[in-house]
Design a protein around this ligand. Structure first.
Ligand code: GDP
Ligand code: IMO
Ligand code: MG
Length: 416
């Protein structure tokens, strides 16, 4: 019986999970998504080609690997079908949980309406309907992919839901679907998706029992987790490693090695606290060097420095065995590199993440920079100051940095 390897984001998402999942997928039989929806954007560069994946596991780029979308995700059939159209011959190598929740266009309308009503308190969501879809799931008024196999019944349930909640939807300016159009829409989804919908919990057990090599692909990042992130400026799913169990129907003993993905600096997209954010031209330089614009929304990402305090929190919450340090090359050419080593909180210095990160101020240590790491493929090739930076980070977070990435390319990856 095998144990599944797990990839999780340790910051506010966009750490470079897609590149590492693709890298590791070369040696795995199955890649499985367990949380989130098409709010995720995982960019993978292979030679001249660049792929942006949202919900299809990043294993899809390895023709040998099979892909599972677990019950913990919310799936927009419309967007998923669009994403599927980039690939051929998916039958037999893509499996969708019948227990995953369906995200429909009205969820996106509600998401956007709520954001508008919040004004300057808006979360800065992707506007894709993630919060409302998970909200319906938890409120026990959601619908699962299995129901898509019976479009008439599902249409009737959704129409009834709109009838009951009419005053609320009217206040938000969200229109009820037209029954005949909704039925036609759901029927068209059924036609495309039904060959892929199955009991993925049983499938997970079968493949682990059969000793297959299984990789679990996290989305978003620890600081966006619904419980352990910067609430309420978070996403609506369990992004941390525990989410892999509930999101796929496996147990903690099924998990093997946990690889946490972190950038050599830090970014965040959307609103909410970010203690090590740099508003100076240095921050702009990080954005330009790192091409820090969202894969899903195109929004400029907020940029700042590696936060060792938040990272220790993430390492502990996820049970990280090794960190993959991404985008080291983006720091090339900086004279000095800052790291947030502690927070100032209520007049004291602290080394943990308090109740609300809004109340802290970053305390920095400065490291000497280097000229070039871009494209390096072995640790020995790195400049001495880059090696010292990495070793200092390891000491601060108490975890081995086992993988270092020096460009978007699959091959520009150092494995130690
Ligand atoms: P994910 O959501 O965690 O998969 O990350 P994204 O794909 O949203 O964002 C990471 C971006 O950084 C993508 O455009 C990647 O191609 C790119 N990237 C990944 N690793 C590296 C690296 O080591 N160096 C550079 N310069 N870019 C990288
Ligand atoms: P990947 O998998 C970065 C952020 C949004 C917003 C908050 C809530 O590519 O790392 P939502 O639409 O989920 O309700 O938005 O979460 N967010 C992400 N930020 N990377 C992501 O995914 C994200 N998915 C959601 O910007 O701040
Ligand atoms: Mg992303």
């Amino acid at each position: 019986m095998s144990k599944a390897d797990l990839i999780v984001g340790l910051q506010w998402g966009d750490e470079g999970k897609g590149k590492i999942v693709d890298h590791m997928a070369q040696t795995h039989d199955y890649v499985c998504r367990f949380a989130g929806g098409h709010n995720a954007g995982h960019t993978i560069v292979i030679g001249e080609k660049k792929y942006a994946l949202h919900l299809i596991p990043s294993g899809v780029l390895n023709p040998e690997a099979k892909n599972i979308v677990g019950n913990g995700v919310v799936l927009s059939p419309k967007d998923f079908i669009k994403e599927m159209s980039q690939f051929e011959n998916l039958e037999g190598r893509l499996f969708l949980s019948d227990k995953a929740h369906i995200l429909l266009p009205y969820h996106a309308q509600i998401d956007q309406a709520r954001e508008r009503l919040k004004g300057d308190k808006a979360i800065g969501t992707t506007g894709k309907g993630i919060g409302p879809a998970y909200g319906d799931k938890v409120a026990r008024v959601g619908h699962r992919l299995g129901e898509l196999l019976h479009p008439e019944k599902l249409t009737a349930k959704i129409m009834e839901f709109f009838a009951i909640n009419k005053p609320v939807f009217d206040a938000m300016g969200v229109e009820a679907p037209v029954e005949s159009e909704l039925l036609a829409e759901l029927q068209s989804y059924k036609e495309v998706l039904s060959p892929f919908i199955c009991d993925t919990t049983q499938l997970m057990w079968d493949i682990l029992d059969a000793d297959k090599k299984v990789l679990l692909e996290g989305a978003q990042g620890t600081m966006l987790d619904i419980d352990h992130g910067t609430y309420p400026y978070v996403t609506s799913s369990t992004t941390v490693s525990a989410g892999a169990c509930s999101g796929l129907g496996i147990n903690p003993k099924d998990i093997g090695k946990v690889t946490g993905i972190a950038k050599a600096y830090c970014t965040r997209v959307g609103n909410g606290p970010f203690p090590s954010e740099d508003f100076s031209p240095e921050g702009d330089r990080l954005r330009e060097n790192g091409h820090e614009f969202g894969t899903t929304t195109g929004r400029p990402r907020r940029c700042g420095w590696f936060d060792a305090v938040a990272m220790r929190h993430a390492v502990r919450v996820n049970g990280v065995d090794q960190v993959a340090l991404m985008k080291l090359d983006v720091l090339d050419g900086f004279d000095e590199i800052k790291v947030c080593v502690a927070y100032e909180f209520e007049g004291k210095e602290i080394d943990y993440v308090p109740y609300d990160l809004e109340d802290v101020k970053a305390i920095y240590k400065t490291f000497p920079g280097w000229e070039k790491t871009e494209g390096a493929r072995s640790f020995d090739e790195l400049p001495e100051t880059a090696k010292s930076y990495i070793e200092a980070l390891e000491a601060m977070i108490g975890t081995k940095i086992g993988i270092i990435s020096t460009s978007p390319e699959r091959e520009d990856t150092i494995v130690r």
